[in-house]
Design a protein. Structure first.
Length: 177
């Protein structure tokens, strides 16, 4: 449908895009195989919808030893997914998250949370918790919901890793009623 001049300009670009897509697919397969062979715990973490090979591998490599956290809820603070506090006298302000810990893993968990809360996210306890927070409304309800879901996802991943159990989505009890 294009004239000859335009086609001569566009064809090399389309060829380059096809080459890049093939290379990305090849690297994704290598990453997947690396995670399965060297770090079998990533297979268990990938049972959670929205968690792919990159997030699972980053989580395992960042945490290193799941027994270092006596309480699984401590992993949220370790990754900087908890709000900072400003307490002085009678005031107790809740500020943005601390952003302590590994930046890349925190970004990956937030991306997973966006998928979980997005239109294609499957029903699960993570999605419900985020939707409850977003439903409260307010100026930054969606942002708070995403961060809370990312924190809950980190806790869920650590609990799965420590327990060795399979993931169960735990869909809503209210929908069954």
């Amino acid at each position: 449908m294009l004239d000859d001049a335009t086609r001569c300009l566009v064809e090399p670009l389309l060829t380059m895009i096809d080459t890049l897509n093939a290379k990305i697919t090849e690297l994704d397969d290598e990453l997947d195989a690396f995670g399965r062979e060297r770090y079998p715990a990533t297979e268990r973490l990938r049972q959670v919808p929205g968690v792919g090979p990159l997030t699972a591998l980053a989580f395992v490599l960042t945490i290193e030893d799941p027994t270092r956290f006596h309480d699984t809820r401590d992993v949220g603070a370790y990754l900087g997914l908890v709000p900072r506090r400003d307490q002085s006298g009678n005031t107790d302000k809740q500020l943005p998250i601390t952003k302590a810990g590994n930046v890349q893993l925190r970004c990956l968990l937030v991306n997973c949370a966006h998928y979980i809360l997005g239109p294609f996210g499957p029903p699960s306890h993570l999605r419900e918790a985020g939707q409850r927070i977003a439903a409260r409304g307010g100026k930054s309800a969606k942002k708070r919901a995403v961060i809370a879901t990312a924190r809950k996802l980190a806790v869920t991943l650590l609990a799965l890793w420590k327990s060795g159990a399979d993931y169960e989505a735990q869909p809503s009890l209210t929908r069954a009623a």
